[in-house]
Design a binder for this molecule. Structure first.
Ligand SMILES: Cc1cc2nc3c(=O)[nH]c(=O)nc-3n(C[C@H](O)[C@H](O)[C@H](O)COP(=O)(O)OP(=O)(O)OC[C@H]3O[C@@H](n4cnc5c(N)ncnc54)[C@H](O)[C@@H]3O)c2cc1C
Length: 413
């Protein structure tokens, strides 16, 4: 391949997260030349979420990749449990969902993305460039016609019929193209930290609530990715109480973690992640489309962000592969992607917002514990079989589950 061929592609995707890699894989599989740019050298990121929902598993099954993903999954469950004031209840139930995959899986996101990109590389038109950052778009005659990028000391341009911004909630492409975004005020932040996994633990209680505190424990093979949900702005007050007090709170909310919480040696191991909900008004302009968190940042509530990002990628590939292959892409094709996916993103965000404000309320002081009424509501939810199934459906499938419609036209290498 000479240099001019290398820097000309049909679709250039900025961002190698779940949305970008999935869309790149599908387009390459459908015979479209695609270049995916990822600014990091690898996919190893601890705080990106690891849930693979039934609707994503269904898509992977449609692609013949279900066994590959289950091989890298650390954990799977037909129903999740919540622990309220020391009592364990059944929470979201996936066992009644239609389709083959009636369970949720948890797989390290880097393993999932490695698996997907390895599969993508089997198609000759899949070009994944790691350590390559999209820095700007190239415009000609009011149309985006490519991306400027940087890899180490080298800066160069990639020309493309379509640029897809899948570069996440802090999207560079959104910044340089000045697209308008609507932000929602969110009353929570999340503290993330790793704890060893106790030996005798089943790992299917995901949420723990006690005395106004909430923990989420995401099971990995040998450790827990643990989240403590706090009022926005409360981290300094929590730090002021000291690390010993922090560990005591963990042990009282989630007694199985009492021993392993002693492993937390300093605040450096506790990362503050700011929760955001926002969405773009317009997901496209001529030659440019936004998908995933770049179009609509999701809160971690329900752990649905990865699923939505992948559903965007599938819908975009379904709607765009043919016009891209035919060289006949127009902005109305891009508008169709927004029309298809925006309602699901909006409804999910509305639900997340309602949960935030119901549970964590507006106008509460930083550091104030969660309210008891929240516990009562969880009680009702945990006890009702119908609500368990509704929660399983909303979390597991979402509002607009997609299916693979793109054909496999490229021959695997
Ligand atoms: C605290 C927290 C916990 C969460 N937990 C979960 C969970 O358990 N389950 C779940 O489903 N969702 C969870 N989410 C949401 C989830 O992480 C996102 O919704 C999802 O990752 C969005 O996927 P994406 O591909 O659109 O963007 P991202 O996953 O953000 O991927 C964007 C990619 O683009 C790359 N990139 C960025 N800028 C550039 C550039 N200029 N050039 C090249 N590459 C670039 C980034 O390195 C990254 O790899 C959580 C979110 C938060 C904040």
């Amino acid at each position: 391949m000479n240099e001019s061929q290398e820097n000309r592609t049909t679709c250039c995707i900025v961002g190698g997260g779940p949305a970008g890699v999935f869309m790149g894989y599908l387009l390459a599989r459908a015979g479209v030349a695609v270049t995916v740019l990822e600014k990091h050298a690898d996919f190893f990121r601890d705080f990106r979420g690891d849930t693979i929902h039934p609707s994503t598993l269904q898509l992977l099954d449609e692609l013949g990749l279900l066994d590959e993903v289950l091989e890298v999954a650390d954990f799977r469950a037909e129903r999740l449990h919540v622990n309220v004031q020391g009592k364990r209840f059944v929470g979201p139930d996936f066992s009644h969902l239609p389709g083959k995959c009636k369970f949720i899986a948890i797989a390290p996101q880097w393993d999932f993305l490695n698996m997907l990109s390895e599969q993508g590389k089997r198609y000759p038109t899949f070009d994944l460039r790691m350590s390559t950052m999209g820095t700007d778009v190239i415009r000609e005659d009011d149309r985006v016609v490519g991306v400027r990028c940087r890899s180490g000391d080298e800066e160069y341009e990639i020309r493309a019929d379509l640029v897809v911004a899948a570069d996440g909630r802090t999207s560079t492409v959104r910044g340089v193209t000045h697209h308008r975004i609507d932000e929602e005020g969110i009353p929570i932040d999340v503290l993330w930290f790793r704890l060893d996994r106790p030996d005798d633990d089943e790992g299917d209680s995901l949420a723990w609530l006690r005395d106004g505190h909430m923990l989420v424990t995401i099971p990995r093979r040998d450790h827990y990715q643990t989240a403590r949900i706090i009022q926005k702005g409360a981290f300094d007050a929590i730090k002021a109480e000291g690390l010993v007090h922090f560990k005591e709170t963990i042990a009282s909310v989630c007694p199985p973690l009492k021993e392993v919480s002693q492993g937390l040696a300093s605040w450096d191991e506790v990362k503050l992640l700011t929760v955001q909900i926002n969405r773009l008004r317009k997901w496209h302009e001529p030659g440019l489309l936004f998908i995933g968190d770049a179009a609509h940042a999701m809160s971690p509530v329900g752990g649905v962000g990865i699923n939505l990002a992948i559903q965007d990628a599938v819908a975009a590939a379904n709607l765009l592969a043919e016009p891209l292959r035919a060289g006949a892409l127009t902005e109305s094709h891009l508008a169709a992607v927004q029309q298809r996916r925006e309602p699901a993103a909006r409804k999910t965000q509305r639900l997340q917002s309602t949960i935030h404000h119901q549970l964590f309320g507006k106008g509460r002081a930083a550091g104030e514990p969660l309210s008891l009424s929240w516990y009562l509501r969880v009680f009702v939810w945990a006890f009702s079989p119908l609500l368990r199934r509704v929660a399983g459906r909303l979390i597991g499938l979402g509002f607009q589950p997609e299916h693979i419609e793109t054909p496999e036209l490229a021959a695997k290498q």
